[in-house]
Design a protein around this ligand. Sequence first.
Ligand code: HEM
Ligand code: HEM
Length: 177
Amino acid sequence: MNPIYTDTPQRYGLISRALHWAMALVLGWQFLTALTHVLLEDSALDEFMWSTHKAAGVLLMLLILLRLGWALHNRRQRPPSVSRAARAGHVLLYLLMLGIPFFALLRQYGSGRELTVFGLQLMPGFAGEKIEWLMLPANLFHAWAGWLLLVLIIGHVLMVFVHRRQGQDVLPRMLGK
Ligand code: HEM
Ligand code: HEM
């Protein structure tokens, strides 16, 4: 494969960078939908934004699967993390980015309600009893884990600039410079 697509120890390749920044954009949108849902409940803006939450969540689920696969494929040739804490932080970001939409989709399935996103019916829904155990993890943790992810993302961005001030500028390797 053309080396501009793959990672090297000096910088992330085009595909890793596209996935990182595309997910940052969609996650930014996802948190806007959640924030308007909390702060402007039942407003017209909330109605519009919240109507996109599940579709954006499904898109994030697809993107994280691609990103995880690509990260594993490139694991021996990526830029090394600046510290073990940074590495642990990235692993936690991955776990939340994977777990949050996964368990939300299990809950959606268990509720028996149909799910159509981007004009595609992903779940037909069913009549009868809900499947409670499929719904439990997201009922307990979805919102909490979502807000935790937002806090970690803010920390992640702050750390990029902390490292930069300490003379370890990691931004160029995610910008492809
Ligand atoms: C919005 C959600 C974001 C998430 C979930 C996220 C997540 C991650 C993850 C998991 C990594 C490790 C590399 C990888 O596997 O892709 C990473 C690297 C990086 N991110 Fe983000 N990121 C986000 C936004 C941002 C923003 C806004 C910036 C801008 C400052 C940024 C700057 C970087 C840099 C510079 C690296 C490379 C760090 C290194 O090589 O050690 N990220 N990000
Ligand atoms: C990475 C993807 C996702 C993130 C970051 C996320 C984030 C959030 C957050 C922060 C909340 C709390 C809002 C509040 O406090 O009122 C929330 C609620 C909710 N989300 Fe998501 N979400 C994601 C994916 C999904 C998916 C895929 C679905 C369904 C298919 C979904 C369905 C819901 C529902 C029904 C609620 C309201 C019930 C609850 O708070 O658990 N989300 N989401």
